[in-house]
Design a binder for this molecule. Sequence first.
Ligand code: NAD
Length: 270
Amino acid sequence: MSYSPYLLKGQKALITGASSGIGEAIARYLAASGAAVVINYHSEAEEAQKIVDDIRNAKGEAIAIQADVSKENEVQAMFSQMLKEFGTIDILVNNAGLQKDSPFVEMSLNQWNTVIGVNLTGQFLCAREAGRKFLRRGVQPHISSAAGKIICISSVHEVIPWAGHVNYAASKGGINMLMRSIAQELAPHKIRVNSIAPGAIKTPINKSAWDTPQAEANLLTLIPSKRVGDVDDIAKAAVWLASDDSDYVNGTTLFVDGGMTLYPGFTANG
Ligand code: NAD
């Protein structure tokens, strides 16, 4: 990883669900770019501590904070702890997410509520806490031209319907309007809110979709770029959206998907 340690120098970032996969990579890249990072985790304390240790060994600044992002009191306690230890927040990456898959007519209310609770309500709760702090503090021109940045990790399934995963697709579709409405409301206060919509990225959440040659071959039929994405692909986009290099980008979704949303099934059948 080669990143300018000055790009995000002096900035404080919170990444939810950062003990694995995309969140871990974003935390590592933000730290390599000079930000002090909070590694939020749900249950993987050891993994979170290992990431903290790696970042500190590379002369970065990091702490781990446990919280379930779907619980208001835990989110508020996490932000209080971050503000106590780091003093402020400049960047929120709303990344925590999960799947509870089921055929639609067999889906339980619990499966529905769990996915909406973590993937959508969790993003609302964290964005609200970050927004409150950004508004109280305002812009610090020597740190960033924005009063704060929120990056929502969505999915190509904010636009591609997904049979057998209606709770997940609904949560990601919800993130689109959550993100754009917050962006519209907070833009006058110099707060930027954007999403990254990953396509298929190799992480624990979708292991069965790529961990055998047959599964990977099936997956590649959906990806015009003909490779499954890597967590680095998403982390690099997150660094850009967190930095002043994207200062005029607000309320948009950046698809990082190897062309998955280009409807590749129409390539030869239009
Ligand atoms: P992952 O399973 O490695 O990461 C999800 C993280 O969220 C885990 O660390 C998990 O512990 C955490 N988490 C789950 N419930 C939580 C809760 N209640 N509170 C706090 N943390 C919680 O998988 P990933 O692929 O890295 O997923 C990260 C994000 O990227 C998710 O929002 C996912 O929907 C999205 N995404 C992933 C892909 C992909 O192909 N991997 C594609 C599109 C979108």
